[in-house]
Design a protein around this ligand. Structure first.
Ligand code: VG1
Ligand code: CO
Length: 544
């Protein structure tokens, strides 16, 4: 094996966002672009010689060719072994598990998650550390710094690897193992949940299931787990074949993008349970017959019922949610007398809390829920948790959530996204918001008295690191909140996210439509941030 050094020049835009580096595929396909970023990562890591790297992606366009490049660069940079999912496929949570299981040094996951894929769409890459979780900020900062000074990358002259045949190849210095992407993950799920109970509930018809894989990575996982292991009827998993462009769709599990599933679940003869996952398999959407569970409520319901699941039979040490996620889970934590941590957006902030066993369950409003079994959010895991819960309780999804609201109150919640806003307009919006912050506390706005108005900073309770500018929060004395943030995963302009919530204890009002119930807060948010006025947009691009 011959190693080569190739001269290169820095690109100035290789700063990872909320979840790795995401760009248009064509940006990644520029000569040296991928190579530079991968070399910047390898250069920033210590003592990689002889170590194991896990490698896989969500199967989107450019996945296979990027994998071939990375294998050759891993060899030239001294890794001893690369473990690769067959066909170049690994869901994000499966990659996390495989890193942990094999005590690998780390992993590279190729995905732009819920963003569309294809030659004119998005591609992405993120590095996960040895606990299986996304690289914390001190790493991603180092990757970016290194990318700004890089002058060469190293690559081995190896033939392309056959990604489709299982088994190990190579020699004592460098080997490549192609593994089944599903087996280890499916085995782990079997340890966490009561598979026989779920299988019985499905076999008896008590649970009927529809899962939409959105032509993305969870197809093969869901087929194996739901149809083969849990005996769901063939065809219960729809859009099960991963496609390089996700069939032209937007692999984002929400009511707008998983429309086929939503139509089924709100149509006649709907199954009792519906779910979907995203491009890389870490998100989940949960539906009952004629019923949508918000991700924030889902997290709270899972926390409240954790003891019913084998993995959590001894209870939870604590829980965590990202800052913009609704406060529903806080109420559960308070009731059970366990801590609830509030972290910035992005899964990397949960890693230390999970490692230190301060929490065992955590989630985000963006259709992300997960636990201590891996260090990523996990779409199929959340679906299995719900299936296990339904099988234990023998009640409908809607009934379980309504009972939860009766006990804890309902945090009526919605997120409004304004996409592709010009960067200077977005900065103007935030400057304008920041100027108002000192004057807001004590004021009564749309009938709500402002309790606090600040820009969220987080100090990690384990390593003391501080993350600033994590979104603007306006909290009211009645529990309502408005949060403003800029997305860190978009690839075009800026995306403004407005998160809205209002707490309702009156059971008679629990069935209200969220947009109606939040109407006055929605209007107030516009008064404060002026996004419509400043952009000329008449409505949000996406409402979830
Ligand atoms: C979004 C979500 C965030 C999530 C991130 C990665 O980030 O809001 O909660 O962790 O995507 O999810 P942002 O910065 O665009 O708001 V995934 O499924 O892309 O790995
Ligand atoms: Co994702």
């Amino acid at each position: 094996m011959q190693n080569r050094s190739v001269a290169t020049q820095p690109f100035d835009d290789q700063k990872p966002g909320t979840s790795g580096l995401r760009k248009k595929t064509k940006v990644f396909q520029q000569p040296n672009y991928l190579e530079n970023f991968v070399q910047a990562i390898f250069d920033s890591l210590e003592d990689i010689t002889g170590q194991t790297l896990v490698l896989g992606g969500d199967g989107r366009y450019f996945n296979r060719s990027a994998i071939q490049t990375i294998i050759k660069m891993a060899a030239a940079n001294g890794f001893g072994k690369v473990i690769i999912g067959q066909g170049g496929l690994l869901s994000t949570p499966a990659a996390s598990h495989i890193i942990r299981k094999n005590q690998a040094y780390g992993g590279l996951v190729l995905s732009a998650s819920h963003n569309p894929g294809g030659p004119d769409e998005d591609f992405g890459i993120k590095y996960n550390v040895s606990n299986g979780g996304p690289a914390p900020e001190k790493y991603t900062d180092a990757f970016y710094q290194r990318s700004q000074t890089i002058s060469e990358y190293r690559i081995a002259d190896l033939p392309d690897v056959d990604l489709d045949t299982l088994g190990e190849q190579g020699d004592d210095n460098f080997s490549m193992e192609i593994i089944d992407p599903v087996s280890d993950y499916a085995e782990l799920m079997q340890e966490l949940f009561d598979f026989p109970l779920i299988r019985d509930a499905i076999a008896s018809g008590a649970i009927t299931l529809r899962f939409d894989a959105m032509h993305a990575i969870t197809g093969p996982y869901a087929k194996r787990i739901f149809e083969d292991m849990l005996a769901a009827a063939p065809g219960s998993v729809i859009n099960a074949t991963p496609l390089e462009d996700f069939g032209g769709g937007h692999p984002d599990p929400n009511l707008a993008h998983a429309k086929e599933l939503a139509d089924t679940m709100f149509g006649p003869d709907a199954p009792t349970f519906g779910a979907a996952s995203d491009g890389d398999g870490d998100r989940n959407m949960i539906l009952g017959r004629n019923f949508f569970v918000t991700p924030s409520d889902s997290l709270a319901v899972l926390a409240a019922n954790a003891r019913l699941i084998p993995a959590f039979k001894d209870g939870l040490p604590g829980v965590a949610r990202s800052m913009p996620t609704s406060q529903a889970v806080d109420r559960v934590a308070q009731e059970y007398g366990i801590p609830c941590y509030e972290t910035p957006t992005g899964w990397k902030y949960f890693g230390n809390l999970l490692d230190a066993k301060k929490i065992a369950l955590c989630g985000e409003e963006s259709f992300g829920t997960g636990a201590d079994h891996v260090r990523e959010k996990d779409g199929l895991w959340a679906v299995l948790f719900w299936l296990n819960l339904l099988a234990v309780k023998g009640e409908s999804v809607s009934r379980i959530v309504h009972d939860h609201w009766r006990k804890f109150g309902r945090d009526i919640y919605s997120r409004h996204d304004y996409e592709a806003v010009a960067i200077d307009i977005a900065n103007g919006i935030f400057d304008h918001l920041r100027e108002q912050l000192p004057t807001l506390p004590g004021q009564t706005l749309a009938g709500n008295r402002v309790k606090y108005a600040d820009e969220f900073s987080y100090q990690d309770p384990i390593d003391g690191s501080v993350s600033r500018y994590q979104g603007i929060r306006i909290g009211f004395e009645n529990g309502s909140r408005i949060v403003f943030r800029l997305s860190g995963t978009g690839t075009v302009g800026a995306t403004l996210r407005i998160y809205l919530e209002r707490y309702e204890t009156d059971t008679g009002k629990h069935d209200q439509d969220a947009q109606q119930a939040l109407a006055s807060l929605i209007e107030l948010a516009e008064q404060l941030c002026e996004v419509k006025k400043r952009t000329g947009m008449s409505a949000p691009t996406v409402i979830t």
